[in-house]
Design a protein around this ligand. Structure first.
Ligand SMILES: *[C@@H]1O[C@H](CO)[C@@H](O)[C@H](O)[C@H]1NC(C)=O
Ligand SMILES: *[C@@H]1O[C@H](CO)[C@@H](O)[C@H](O)[C@H]1NC(C)=O
Ligand SMILES: *[C@@H]1O[C@H](CO)[C@@H](O)[C@H](O)[C@H]1NC(C)=O
Ligand SMILES: *[C@@H]1O[C@H](CO)[C@@H](O)[C@H](O)[C@H]1NC(C)=O
Length: 133
């Protein structure tokens, strides 16, 4: 009896913690484009912070309203393009990092993908490609 209620409590806690994170990520159209390749984890993290001319440190969103942007480090490259032509990218760091995390959750950590992150632009969403170059 005690064990059952303990497990129930644990399940409820995990559910309460996990579901908001999952919802916040909000990616769609995830395609794992190169399942046999695993990119270097550190290089990938540097590339994540290299979009929009750099979003490291205290910068909390994409600067400069670009119509497209890449984040590259070594052989790792992210390319971001708005899904609406002519829209500008203003994605927040949190939305960006959560989106990448959600794609990795589907494809495997540090594996190339294409996906669409909800929002993050002046209109529409942001299409993302991660590739080895
Ligand atoms: C997630 O996507 C759904 C469906 O497009 C949308 O209704 C919802 O507002 C989005 N949530 C966030 C936090 O962006
Ligand atoms: C991935 O590797 C497996 C095993 O070596 C191979 O059979 C498969 O064709 C490879 N897939 C791609 C897309 O290269
Ligand atoms: C990408 O951005 C560059 C620099 O802002 C711009 O010159 C180019 O036209 C853009 N390409 C597309 C497809 O929007
Ligand atoms: C990006 O621009 C849209 C449309 O102007 C706005 O609703 C949204 O709050 C902006 N996002 C950020 C992170 O500034």
């Amino acid at each position: 009896m005690r064990a059952v209620s303990f497990l129930t409590a644990v399940t409820l806690v995990i559910g309460a913690v996990a579901s908001p994170i999952y919802r916040r990520a909000n990616v769609s159209n995830v395609q794992c484009t190169d399942p046999n390749t695993t990119l270097d984890s550190h290089t990938t993290n540097v590339a994540i912070l290299a979009i929009c001319g750099g979003i490291a440190g205290t910068i909390e969103k994409c600067q400069g309203a670009p119509t497209n942007t890449t984040g590259q480090s070594g052989d790792v490259r992210f390319t971001l393009t708005p899904t609406v032509a002519g829209a500008t990218i203003n994605i927040s760091k949190g939305r960006w990092e959560q989106g990448v995390k959600a794609a990795f959750a589907q494809c495997g950590q540090d594996k190339p993908f294409t996906a669409v992150i909800q929002g993050g632009a002046s209109s529409g969403d942001v299409a993302v490609k991660l590739e080895q170059v």
